[in-house]
Design a protein around this ligand. Structure first.
Ligand SMILES: *Cc1c(COP(=O)(O)O)cnc(C)c1O
Length: 376
């Protein structure tokens, strides 16, 4: 059994994907081919924003925003403590300081009450200047973006929606990647919309910002190719990856998002009351980058993981370590008691196999094994 079955997806679209790649090979426009522009237009339309700027990966997408916003040493950027390393890394990479915030015990997303308190405290301490909030749409579920917007306005902060895992999610029909000042996503193969290598994109309604990002991602280009207005980077999405994504985006819209939500329902019907199943607030839709359950204790979680592995069922622990405990951030002063929820989650969560090509029988097999281990 696969944790995320990319081979089943490829089989389903093999003809179209092979043809799309072949077409790029024959045309020879490997950089900035027409497939890239087409993908950007389709993505912008799908999420409902004016501009989509593709780039080399989800980490670069966030880094480019930090560059365009001029985030630097002395600035504070608020990041959830429970996320993939990249969300905090890009802050430090740009010289600023990530201030981690504990998460909500049910949604696993940034706790907005604590966020407000931490911002106030940062202002009072006057060591760093608050600049940006980076809410993460963890495991596919959008963060509480309306509340985050309100807080951002109150303190005059920018918002970067990290939707690397969130593409396809929504709140009352408003799509992930359309929240905040700008949003980013990742096309890493295992993400909800993945390519066959690295890829990423930035979304914004701000035309000026979009222009600046398009410059930064290609060596700070000015009016033409060999005119350089600023110091930038080289971060483009390959034409081949864009061609693959154009096929996959169609499948994602036509059935994959719906199918992965069916898998969520099958799991939850069987596991509800046995383990803590994912909480999806009213009006929210998740794209289920992960289906993450919570066990009663660290021992129970580790036992379940081992027993499932013995039966050929792969599981993952996202995430074993809170951000504030990462060696890379040891120079920043944090207090463990500020991250109680994240600490519990790191010890008790387990992510089960989920993808649009998982059928009901397989879900039942997995659930039966879980029930066997836990209720024996
Ligand atoms: C995957 C991921 C990223 C980084 O994306 P890459 O394309 O791998 O650079 C950033 N944030 C979160 C929450 C992610 O899951």
């Amino acid at each position: 059994m696969e944790f995320r079955d990319l081979k089943a997806q490829y089989k389903n679209y093999q003809k179209a994907i092979d043809a799309a790649i072949q077409n790029v090979l024959e045309n020879g426009n490997f950089i900035n081919g027409k497939e890239v522009k087409l993908l950007e237009e389709r993505l912008a339309h799908y999420v409902g924003v004016k501009n989509c700027i593709s780039c080399a990966n989800g980490t670069d997408a966030m880094t480019l925003l930090m560059m365009a916003w001029g985030i630097k040493k002395g600035d504070a950027v608020f990041v959830p403590d429970f996320t993939f390393f990249s969300t905090g890394e890009i802050v430090s990479f740009n010289g600023a300081t990530p201030i981690f915030v504990d998460v909500d015990k049910d949604t696993f997303n940034i706790d907005t009450e604590k966020l407000d308190q931490v911002i106030q405290k940062t202002i009072e301490e006057n060591k760093y200047t608050p600049k940006v909030i980076i809410p993460v749409d963890l495991f596919g579920l959008p963060a509480n973006h309306y509340e985050i917007d309100r807080i951002a306005k109150k303190y005059n902060l920018l918002v970067l929606e990290d939707a690397a895992q969130g593409f396809g999610g929504s709140i009352n029909g408003k799509m992930a990647c359309s929240f905040g000042t700008a949003a980013t996503t990742s096309f890493f193969p295992a993400k909800p919309l993945g390519c066959y290598g690295d890829g990423g994109a930035i979304f914004t309604n701000d035309d000026q910002l979009a222009k600046l990002l398009n410059s930064y991602k290609e060596h700070g280009k000015g009016e033409h190719k060999y005119d350089n207005a600023r110091i930038g980077v080289n971060s483009r999405l390959d034409t081949i990856q864009a061609a693959i994504l154009n096929v996959k985006l169609t499948g994602f819209i036509e059935h994959e998002l719906e199918d992965v939500n069916k898998v969520y329902e099958w799991y939850t019907e069987r596991l509800n009351g046995i383990v803590k199943t994912p909480f999806i607030p009213n009006g929210y839709q998740s794209s289920f980058a992960q289906y993450t359950i919570q066990l009663h204790s660290n021992e129970e979680r580790d036992l379940l993981k081992t027993k499932l592995k013995e039966q050929g069922i792969p599981t993952m622990i996202y995430y074993l370590k809170p951000m504030h405990k990462q060696e890379a951030f040891k120079s920043i002063d944090f207090h463990d008691e500020d991250f109680k929820v994240t600490d519990v989650l790191c010890n008790t969560v387990l992510s089960l196999p989920i993808h649009p090509y998982l059928n009901k029988d397989m879900v039942h097999t997995i659930c039966n094994s879980i029930v066997d281990v836990l209720l024996r």
